[in-house]
Design a protein around this ligand. Structure first.
Ligand code: ATP
Ligand code: MG
Length: 412
């Protein structure tokens, strides 16, 4: 893409009311637009990163045998009353809307209820299980805290996976497989090293849930990490009894600030019993389906990566999710030899389907470099008079500053 054609512009200052580093950088670099507190639009650059994050997650969900669907944002009140999750006393984050036909609807906060209900129309026999189903879908939550930028939206994109099994042991196998898939996802997103599987409060059906918590000073959560064993405990369940159960000792733990990137839950039969999702076994006996749920915040991930992969100059995307692989910065003037060489390099890379942003704008070199640092594409190729004279371009890695000299042919 030619930068002269990109409608978004970089800016020096983030909005005064934006306190989160991730949103400040993403707004300044033109990835997101702040609509209001906790509500963001994703502009072309931001959408490219989101799509790349989504694709990594999708590949791992498919490898797990997950089947993708997409459910509705508008929710049926009657269904949520059956699980006792409609009442504001029970769930305080609903956005509820009056219907012209009478009654009300709500904007989806999560999707256990509607999916369990869908499954009752398709699952009836032991032959129909086990199954895993997932989606990328917008959730709405009337969140109080709005200091974390895109990491805590009132409207945000989540990947949610749900598992359906015949027995506890079959469920456990699905849960363990999802856990492994999550490890692969966070590794591919470049945060494997700094993301800890953390024991947290579990809900009704198990003692613990597990959270994938990423180290960051901007985090809202506090965990205690055992670096040797590579596991952690959320502050909310930290007690002598918990430590004993997990075989951990207080002395080996370090307190850390973290952001929750994802979590995995045992749901037991809470939803299947309430909504009548059951199967008939080989002997003709009926049993409730055993469920699990597994979330990853996709828009939150954009924020996490902006938060932990950036420096004072701007963003520094890992190659796996970057909006483009290369940023060509041309120091030429329209029609001169330098800009012709940059044009040729851009054309050849594009021809090979290598993703490249080409700064072909009529602007000062300093401005172009500052913008390039802010936008954070992994490799910058500088096309100037020196490069033409030597026949080699400087290819600068944004994250490390490492410089490689490469000819036109070597870059391709
Ligand atoms: P948190 O404790 O951060 O509020 P949660 O326990 O409410 O998260 P879930 O309801 O299980 O989280 O949602 C699954 C995932 O969705 C989370 O792990 C997180 O990555 C993401 N997520 C949750 N709330 C938000 C939000 N308000 N904005 C963006 N992402 C979110
Ligand atoms: Mg929450």
């Amino acid at each position: 893409m030619r930068q002269s054609a990109l409608f978004t512009k970089t800016r020096r200052e983030a909005p005064a009311d934006e306190v989160a580093k991730n949103a400040q950088l993403l707004i300044r670099a033109g990835y997101v637009h702040k609509e209001m507190a906790g509500v963001y639009s994703y502009l072309p650059l931001g959408l490219r990163v989101l799509k790349n994050i989504e694709q990594i997650i999708r590949e791992e969900m498919n490898a797990l045998g997950g089947q993708e669907l997409v459910m509705t944002a508008l929710q049926d009140k009657a269904l949520w009353e059956r699980t006792d999750r409609w009442d504001d006393e029970k769930v305080d984050s609903w956005f509820k809307i009056a219907l012209k036909t009478g009654g009300e609807t709500g904007l989806a906060i999560t999707h256990e209820e509607p999916l369990t209900s869908i499954m009752t129309e398709h699952v009836s026999s032991y032959r129909d299980l086990p199954v895993m189903v997932y989606q990328f879908q917008t959730k709405f939550r009337n969140e109080l805290r709005a200091k974390s930028g895109v990491m805590r939206g009132k409207e945000f994109l989540m990947k949610d996976l749900y598992s359906f099994a015949r027995t506890d042991s079959e469920h456990q196998a699905q849960y363990d497989a999802a856990r492994e898939a999550y490890k692969k996802i966070f590794k591919r997103l470049g945060i494997g090293e700094r993301t800890y599987i953390t024991f947290a409060s579990g809900g009704v059906f198990s003692e613990f849930s597990e959270e994938f918590q990423t180290l960051s000073d901007a985090g809202e959560d506090t965990i205690f990490v055992d670096k040797e064993k590579k596991i952690a405990v959320n502050k909310e369940v930290m007690s002598d009894a918990t430590l004993q159960k997990l075989g951990l000792t207080k002395e080996a733990l370090v307190e850390k600030k973290v952001i929750e990137a994802g979590n995995i839950f045992h749901l037991g039969t809470r939803f299947s019993e309430a909504l009548g999702l059951a199967y008939t076994d080989e002997q003709g006996k009926r049993h409730p389906v055993v469920m699990g749920s597994y979330g990853i915040g996709v828009t939150r991930m954009l924020g996490i990566l902006a938060e932990v992969m950036s420096d004072e100059k701007g963003l520094a995307w890992p190659e796996s999710v970057a909006p483009f692989k290369y940023h060509i910065v041309s120091l030429g003037q329209k029609g001169d030899e330098v800009s012709r060489a940059a044009d040729a390099l851009y054309a050849d890379l594009t021809q090979k389907s290598i993703e490249v942003l080409y700064d072909d704008r009529e602007a000062r070199a300093g401005e172009k470099f500052a913008d390039s640092d802010l936008i954070g594409i992994p490799y910058r190729i500088v096309v100037g008079k020196e490069a033409l004279a030597s026949g080699e371009y400087e290819v600068v890695a944004r994250a490390t500053g490492a410089v490689a000299k490469k000819t036109h042919g070597e870059i391709l």
